[in-house]
Design a binder for this molecule. Structure first.
Ligand code: ADP
Length: 474
């Protein structure tokens, strides 16, 4: 079975967040199941090629925005998973990451490449990811290429709204697309919606999120469309690359080892010293790792709680980049409590692993979380998650067993969960240790979920009719 995995980021070459991790670990897991999976992504100028050998697979030209453009396809192999990787090069459109034309051009380039048989390898399925690939199903139909399509929604919030000009530039017939905001003159098309409507099957990254996106609260305006396709929307929990995480941890503590308690103390002391925090194992160390995205990541309830509680009873390490006003607000708190709050506004994986390994708890107050990987990585490192009960957090954390969930989205509920956590660690040491062990023993590898994807791939190839599987429970 041949699968071309079309994606926007891929860890080792280019990573912005969880999608880069998933692209790498998912493709490795599918390869281990015997699928001939290959990855394609744009060849941005920021791609880290390092010592990877690359060869020119082919070149062609295509018409975009009425002009002839040249495209090169470079081939390499992922340095860790050995999955073949294709990089699409065009200096005008694909050098930078976040322009709507970049997506339109990339989509057109992928389909033109298939039409011209540049790879001389024939995918049975295109596995598309998020709105960046949204025009591909329609472009494939227009090119009369009989390839099945699956689109995975990693985050419904980001949809890629564009003017109809992009559709015309990509050579698509605008009447085949679904306009959004049709009632106002500046009506637009929506990349993700096009992908959802025209793909053979839609998956999303946790069973709970598959249900949530059917509701007005979480549907980001697409809930009615998704409800109409209900039987074709399947939720499968993401996994993580456990081996990679363990090897990255190296001397740092991770996984259920006999010495985990001592190693946690050592790592905590090291981090406290490095960041100028008060050095003590008695004080509970919390962390927050991730994009500082106020719309998703719950910064406002975190900030309100921090302003209310006695900061000197805890320590908090923040690692992330994003919304500047939030960076300033958090930094302001850290300025008053330099021995208790440490802000690190950067993207640095080595530091992230140090923080996972050193912390007692990770705070995940996300308003919505399609899957979330940080809670899985944290648990592997024996760090207890405290999270809002939503999406993949709900599917991967058991309240009172492997972590703490709060089910009202406000700062008081978050504070109550934090208090429960502090009390358990301070007053019920055995129960706290048991919870840590439970968390470390949870299997978040791709094993189970990769098999579910494999069975969907098989169904896609067998059925010419609509798949009606519903949400698949993990
Ligand atoms: P999202 O995909 O919404 O950004 P996830 O929880 O799914 O969130 O995945 C985030 C990934 O990015 C994790 O691997 C996390 O460790 C990593 N990460 C996030 N922010 C940083 C940062 N500032 N430095 C290093 N790694 C980070």
């Amino acid at each position: 079975m041949n699968v071309l995995f079309v994606v926007w980021e891929l860890d080792a070459f280019f990573k912005l967040g969880g999608l880069g991790d998933v692209a790498r670990s998912f493709s490795g897991a599918m390869k281990n199941l015997g699928v001939d999976i290959r990855i394609i992504l744009p060849y941005y100028s920021v791609i880290k090629m390092e010592n990877n050998v690359k060869t020119l697979k082919g070149k062609f030209s295509l018409l975009y925005a009425g002009k002839k453009e040249h495209v090169e396809i470079w081939e390499t192999v992922h340095p860790h998973t050995h999955v073949p990787v294709y990089l699409v090069k065009n200096t005008k459109y694909l050098n930078i990451v976040t322009k709507i034309d970049t997506w339109g051009f990339f989509n057109k380039a992928v389909v033109t490449m298939l039409k011209q048989d540049t790879l001389q390898w024939h995918p049975d399925i295109l596995h598309l990811n998020d709105h960046h690939c949204g025009l591909i199903p329609l472009l494939l139909k227009q090119a009369h290429l009989p390839i099945k399509t699956m689109i995975t929604i990693h985050n419904l919030f980001h949809q890629g709204h564009a003017s109809f000009a992009v559709i015309r530039d990509a050579g698509l017939d605008p009447t085949a697309c679904t306009p959004v905001s049709w009632e106002i003159p500046s009506k637009q098309i929506n990349f993700l919606l096009e992908g959802i409507i025209h793909s053979d099957i839609i998956t999303t990254v946790s069973p709970s999120y598959a249900k949530e996106i059917m509701t007005e609260e979480f549907g980001c305006g697409l809930n009615e469309y998704l409800k109409g396709l209900e039987g074709r929307v399947v939720g499968i929990l993401n996994g993580i690359d456990v081996e990679k995480k363990l090897s990255e941890a190296k001397s740092r503590q991770a996984g259920p080892r006999a010495s985990w308690k001592e190693e946690k103390v050592k790592n905590k002391r090291y981090l406290q010293k490095q960041l100028g925090l008060k050095v003590s194992n008695d004080i509970p160390l919390f962390c927050f790792i991730g994009r500082l995205d106020a719309k998703q990541k719950g910064l406002e309830i975190l900030h309100t709680m921090l302003r209310r509680i006695n900061q000197e009873k805890i320590e908090l390490v923040i690692l992330g980049t994003g919304d500047k006003p939030w960076e300033e607000r958090l930094q302001w708190l850290a300025t008053f409590y330099p021995k208790h709050i440490s802000c690190n506004f950067m993207f640095n994986e080595a530091i992230a692993h140090q923080i996972y390994a050193a912390s007692d708890f990770i705070l995940i107050p996300s308003r919505f979380e399609p899957c979330g990987l940080i809670q899985m990585i944290a648990m592997l490192f024996g760090t207890i998650p405290i999270a809002y009960k939503t999406g993949g957090l709900k599917d991967s954390i058991q309240d009172g067993v492997t972590g703490f969930l709060f089910d009202k989205y406000n700062s008081l509920a978050l504070e109550r969960a934090v208090t429960r956590a502090i009390t358990l660690r301070r007053d019920h040491k055995n129960e706290f240790e048991q919870m840590t062990k439970n968390a470390m023993l949870k299997d978040f590898s791709w094993k189970k979920s990769a098999l579910k994807y494999l069975s969907l791939y098989k169904q896609l190839l067998l059925e010419n009719t609509i798949i009606r599987t519903g949400s698949s429970k993990s």
